[in-house]
Design a protein around this ligand. Structure first.
Ligand code: IMP
Length: 410
C-alpha cells in the first residue's frame, strides 16, 4: 500500500506529527519535495524534534527513510540535522538514503535567494534557504544532482567555494545515494509512506502563484518526486488545521484583522496555544479562520481521499468558532478558488458560525466521544469538501491522535 500525506493548506498543518504517527505501519518513508525550507515538528515522549530535510519516519528505530528526486538538498544543513539526531540518541546511519536524481543546494544559493527576494517589487517572503535558486537551476538544466558527483566532466565545471563545498560532502553523499526509482519498484508490495512538504496552496502550479514555494507540494509530486507512476499511489491524505496559517507574503482571505479588537485577540490566542511560530525561521505565522473554499479546492486538485484534522483542541476554550464558506470579491459571492491574485487580495471571507464545545479534547481517542459541537464542526467540513475526515489530532504528542478510517487498510 502506498499512502501520500500532503499539507492541504499553506504548510505547517502538522504533517510531521501525522507522518510520524502513520510511519509505525510503514516499512519505508519517502520525502518527495522541498528542502530545508520545511520544518516538521514531532513530539515523542515529551521530547521535541524539528526536522527540515530528514523524513519524519526516522524517529522509529528500524525504518529506512529516503529523500526523493523532487527534493533540493542542502548537504551542510542535512548533516547538521543528522548530527542533532545522533546527539539525541537516534542512530540514523544505514537508514537514510538519497535519490541519485535529487538536486544539491550550494551555499551561495541562500544569499542569492534572499537578495532576489529583497529586490522583488512584491517579495515572496522566502525562507532564504536557497530553494528557489536550486529549482531554477534545475529547470534551466544547470543544476547539480547526486548522480553527477562522480561525473568528471560536470565536476570540472565547478571551482572555488563551490568545488570546496562539493568535495567536503561528496563521499558522504555518495555513500547514501540510491536509485530511488529502482528501490520503489523493489518495494512495490510494501507499505510506503510518502511525506509531502509545504502545502497544497504553496505548490508551484496549483498554489497562490507567485506567492508559493518552488517545488511540487501537490500529491502528484509524490509520483514525479520519487520516480513512480500516479497509478501506484493508493491513498492521498490531506492534513489541515482547524484554522488557517500562512508564513511569508501572499493573499490569505481569512487572515484575522489586526485592527479589529476581537480578531486581534483571537489571533493572539490561536498563535499562542497553537505555537504558531515558524520552525525554520521563527517568524510568527499569520493566523485566520479556517478557509473551506481553499480546502475544498485542495481536495479537488489533489484527489484527497481522506482529510486529517489537526489542532482541533485549540478551540477548546472558545464560545464560538467561525469558518469561511465563500469569498465576497467586490460584491460577488465566489465559492471556487480564484487564480487571480488581485481577486484573492480583495476577497473578504463569508463566515459560518459554529457553537464551541468549551471542554478539553486532549484525552479523547474516539470520534463518538467528541462533544456534539466538535462533531458538528467536523461533519460540516466533510460535507462542504465532500471528503471524509479520517484522522483527528487533539494534541502535540504522537498518541494524542485517533483514527476513524485506517489509511493502511484497503
Ligand atoms: P521558499 O520556499 O523558502 O522560497 O519560500 C516561499 C514561500 O513559501 C514563503 O512564503 C515561505 O514562508 C513559504 N514556505 C516555504 N516552506 C514552507 C513550509 O514548510 N511551511 C510553511 N511555509 C513555507
Amino acid at each position: 500500500m502506498k499512502v501520500v500525506v500532503i499539507g492541504a493548506q499553506w504548510g505547517d498543518e502538522g504533517k510531521g506529527k501525522i507522518v510520524d504517527y502513520l510511519a509505525e505501519d510503514a516499512e519505508y518513508v519517502v520525502r518527495y519535495a522541498g528542502g530545508p525550507n520545511a520544518g516538521h515538528t514531532i513530539v515523542v515522549d515529551g521530547k521535541q524534534f524539528a526536522l527540515h530535510q530528514v523524513p519524519s519516519g526516522i524517529l522509529y528505530p528500524n525504518k529506512s527513510v529516503f529523500l526523493g528526486a523532487g527534493m533540493v538538498i542542502d548537504p551542510e544543513a542535512l548533516f547538521n540535522e543528522l548530527q542533532m539526531l545522533k546527539d539525541n540518541g537516534i542512530n540514523w546511519e544505514g537508514r537514510v538514503f538519497i535519490s541519485d536524481r535529487a538536486h544539491i543546494i550550494l551555499p551561495r544559493y541562500r544569499k542569492m535567494d534572499k537578495e532576489r527576494d529583497s529586490q522583488r517589487k512584491r517579495p515572496i517572503g522566502t525562507t532564504g534557504r536557497g530553494i528557489g535558486i536550486a529549482y531554477s537551476e534545475k529547470s534551466q538544466r544547470d543544476g547539480i544532482r547526486l548522480a553527477d558527483l562522480d561525473w568528471k566532466q560536470k565536476m570540472d565545471e565547478f571551482e572555488g567555494e563551490d568545488l570546496e563545498f562539493i568535495n567536503k560532502y561528496k563521499d558522504q553523499l555518495i555513500k547514501m545515494r540510491v536509485d530511488l526509482t529502482q528501490k520503489m519498484y523493489e518495494y512495490r508490495k510494501s507499505n510506503i509512506l510518502f511525506e509531502g512538504a509545504q502545502g497544497a496552496m504553496l505548490d508551484i502550479d496549483s498554489g497562490t502563484y507567485p506567492y508559493v514555494s518552488s517545488g511540487a507540494s501537490c500529491s502528484a509530486g509524490a509520483a514525479t518526486g520519487c520516480g513512480i507512476g500516479p497509478h501506484d499511489l493508493d491513498k492521498i491524505l490531506g492534513v489541515f488545521k482547524a484554522y488557517e496559517t500562512r508564513v511569508g507574503n501572499g493573499p490569505m482571505p481569512t487572515e484575522f484583522n489586526d485592527s479589529d479588537e476581537a480578531e486581534s485577540e483571537l489571533c493572539r490566542k490561536v498563535r499562542d496555544t497553537g505555537r504558531e511560530y515558524g520552525v525554520t525561521t521563527g517568524r510568527a505565522r499569520r493566523c485566520g479562520y479556517l478557509d473551506l473554499v481553499a480546502l475544498r479546492y485542495a481536495c479537488r486538485v489533489n484527489s484527497i481521499d481522506s482529510l486529517v484534522l489537526t489542532h482541533l483542541d485549540i478551540y477548546d476554550p472558545m464560545e464560538q468558532i467561525e469558518a469561511c464558506i465563500a469569498y465576497d470579491i467586490n460584491g460577488k459571492i465566489v465559492t471556487d478558488f480564484p487564480a487571480n491574485v488581485e481577486d484573492m487580495e480583495n476577497a473578504k471571507p463569508v463566515l459560518q458560525k459554529f457553537t464551541g464545545w468549551k471542554k478539553s479534547l486532549k484525552e479523547i481517542r474516539k470520534y463518538s466521544k467528541l462533544p456534539k459541537e466538535a462533531r458538528e464542526y467536523v461533519e460540516f467540513i466533510e460535507d462542504y469538501c465532500k471528503t471524509p475526515v479520517g484522522i483527528i489530532s487533539v494534541g502535540y504528542e504522537r498518541d494524542e491522535t485517533f483514527i476513524r478510517k485506517n489509511p493502511w487498510k484497503k
